[in-house]
Design a protein around this ligand. Structure first.
Ligand code: SF4
Length: 389
């Protein structure tokens, strides 16, 4: 099996993996997937919670340098933070990445740290799902410690899944029971989270976690009294806190915005026959190979031109934008399609005002990733050199 073969769809590959590893020992499976280049760059996502030590121990025995992503919501129990440091040291984990929520976003949306009291979904989005989405942008797949016996949507999960961004997600412990975990921890003599002894079987943020009780669902202590059962990290499992992203996202220097152009887009070919009333607010779609001078008769009448980028490597749209500006087009110019954050500065320098991306890319490359490129003018070295000459 190879991930390189474009003829095989991702979901077919996932089905193939589920079949291939259905009877494989967990450690053996982890060894294979972490050493097979076809899986790309993987990370283990760990909460350093009640039974996280099992996967962490397995990974440490296979590859201590495997990146471990630890989302610190800044609302965790102090015991979790000290347990995280102890485990990293004891197991010799070399690449634990402590991911914090965006400082700017916290100041804007939860400056008093009270959001969890009245909107847990918004709080999880701010403190868990957005930081994780940022952290995952550099990975091709991720490993999670969820188990089927934990109930809810987890009961039907497979060993391999696709997340909402079409990234492979591996659940090596999906079929493990509570007893299996306890036996492993005892057999390997692993340290337990200090709160386990106090009745916590599932451990998340301090304000939203209570002891689980002795019977029933071990996640019952999470968000007690609410219908919420997941923080939203596990997209695709009916997670309620998944960030709501509009179908089309317009990226500007100020960040993500929603579409504000309600009048519709026309083709260049339809301009000649357009009724007068539709010319009051005029937007057109152009392909990157359009001949700019053909637009000269219309150039003063068009408010918005959207140039499509059909594939990532097709740079003709940048040239077209430059030519349209040189011909005197002063309206809005928008790049749409296969544009990634690294190309934002190039788009702006070419004369585009904004970039239109779809939901999948907005999730893979969230707003902070694009905003890191919003200072494109101070990196416009050629222009700066011209000015200083
Ligand atoms: S679990 Fe509670 S405190 Fe933690 S991010 Fe979610 S709502 Fe906020």
């Amino acid at each position: 099996m190879s991930f390189e073969n474009p003829a095989i769809s991702l979901s077919a590959r996932v089905a193939e993996l589920n079949k291939r590893f259905q009877n494989t020992d967990t450690v053996e499976m982890l060894r294979e997937i972490t050493s097979d280049p076809a899986f790309g760059k993987l990370a283990l996502i760990s909460s350093f919670g009640a039974d996280s030590v099992v996967l962490l121990d397995m990974v440490a025995k296979i590859d201590r340098a495997l990146p471990i992503v630890f989302i610190d919501t800044e609302m965790l129990f102090h015991q979790t933070l000290s347990y995280q440091r102890k485990l990293a040291k004891d197991l010799g984990l070399q690449d634990v990445r402590r991911i914090l929520p965006s400082r700017e976003a916290v100041l804007k949306r939860d400056s008093e740290n009270l959001l969890h009291r009245y909107d847990t979904d918004a709080c999880c989005t701010l403190r868990k799902t957005e930081p994780l989405a940022r952290a995952l942008t550099e990975f091709d797949g991720w490993i999670s410690g969820r188990k089927r016996y934990q109930g809810g949507a987890r009961m039907s999960m497979d060993l391999f899944e696709l997340d909402a961004e079409q990234r492979i997600k591996i659940n090596p412990l999906a079929h493990w029971s509570r007893e299996d975990l306890a036996s492993y921890i005892a057999a390997q003599n692993l340290p337990k989270h200090p709160l386990v002894a106090k009745g916590y079987k599932s451990i998340g943020c301090a304000p939203c976690t209570t002891p689980s009780g002795t019977i029933g669902n071990e996640r019952a202590g999470r968000w007690r009294g609410q219908t919420k059962t997941e923080c939203g990290i596990h997209f695709g499992n009916n997670a309620p806190a998944r960030p709501v992203i509009p179908r089309a996202v317009i990226v500007t220097d100020e960040g993500f915005e929603t579409e504000d152009w309600a009048a519709g887009f026309h083709s260049f070919a339809s301009l000649a026959t357009l009724p007068e009333q539709e010319k009051a607010a005029l937007a057109i779609d152009l392909k990157g190979d359009f001949v700019a001078k053909d637009l000269l008769p219309w150039i003063g009448q068009i408010d918005l031109i959207r140039v499509s980028f059909p594939v990532f490597s097709d740079g003709r749209g940048f040239s077209l934008a430059c030519q349209l500006r040189l011909l005197g087009f002063v309206g809005r110019l928008r790049a749409k399609g296969h544009i990634v954050a690294d190309q934002y500065a190039m788009a702006r320098r070419s004369g585009f005002n904004e970039v239109e991306i779809d939901q999948a890319l907005a999730r893979r490359q969230p707003e902070p990733v694009w905003q890191a490129r919003a200072d494109w003018q101070i990196r416009d070295y050629q222009n700066l050199l011209r000015q200083s000459a």
